[in-house]
Design a protein around this ligand. Structure first.
Ligand code: HEC
Length: 197
């Protein structure tokens, strides 16, 4: 092999290595929480090790004291770093909203205190800036949208985000920063003070 051919082979090898690295870079935040072929989302196994973005306390009705449910939202630490720097959610950001049942009882610190008991289910959103999974009814408007019942964290129970999710997320758009990314306006970000530096 002459020197010219050696350079050619080395050049091709370098291009191949860079191409694989670029593909991995793209897939990295999605796997293993999203099946890259089908777009199937699962509840990330390690999400309770992630920082919480915020907590929503859902009051009991009819004048009873305490909370009926807590909704705790978790995300990867990188998502918070990125949002603080750029003011938007990065590609691959996963938002897990855990629904938790509660029990309310009198405690020494106050009249009635609620605490978390059992998990009721999860809502999961995955940011997609590339418009992947165009065929799937669980992806669109810049996100993958899925609901999971408490007894199955790998099988999505919802079927169509336009039917199951969008209407309830419309009010978030009115509360969003005027200069927010159009897809990010679907998120109730005002409940997450950690995103504001
Ligand atoms: C009945 C109304 C309703 C429906 C239906 C609904 N959401 Fe939400 N969602 C909300 C509200 C209100 C919040 C703000 C936090 C809270 O109080 O739970 C929220 C927050 C979230 C969050 C936390 C991030 C954020 O936007 O603040 C995720 C994740 C989420 N929803 C995913 C989904 C997905 C996926 C679906 C469809 C499968 C869905 N939601 C359907 C009302 C709804």
């Amino acid at each position: 092999m002459n020197i010219r051919n050696v350079c050619l082979v080395l050049g091709c090898a370098l291009i191949a290595v860079l191409a694989v690295a670029a593909t991995n870079q793209k897939a990295r935040p999605f796997a293993p929480n999203v099946n890259l072929e089908t777009g199937q989302i699962r509840v990330p196994e390690n999400y309770t090790r992630w920082p919480t973005l915020g907590t929503w306390s859902h009051a009991k009705t009819e004048g009873e004291p305490g909370a009926k449910e807590y909704h705790v939202v978790y995300t990867q630490p990188e998502t918070i770093d990125y949002y603080q720097k750029h003011g938007r959610y990065p590609d691959g950001a996963v938002l897990v909203k855990e629904l938790i049942n509660t029990k309310t009882m009198p405690m020494t610190t106050g009249e009635a205190v609620s605490h978390a008991t059992t998990i009721k289910g999860w809502f999961v959103l995955v940011r997609d800036t590339q418009g992947r999974f165009k065929e799937s009814k669980l992806w669109g408007d810049g996100w993958g949208w899925s609901f999971f019942n408490a007894d199955n964290s790998v099988k999505t129970a919802s079927t169509d985000y336009q039917v199951d999710c969008i209407a309830c997320h419309l009010p978030a758009r009115e509360m969003a920063r005027a200069d927010a990314d159009e897809s990010d306006k679907w998120i109730y970000s005002f409940g997450y003070p950690v995103l504001r530096k």
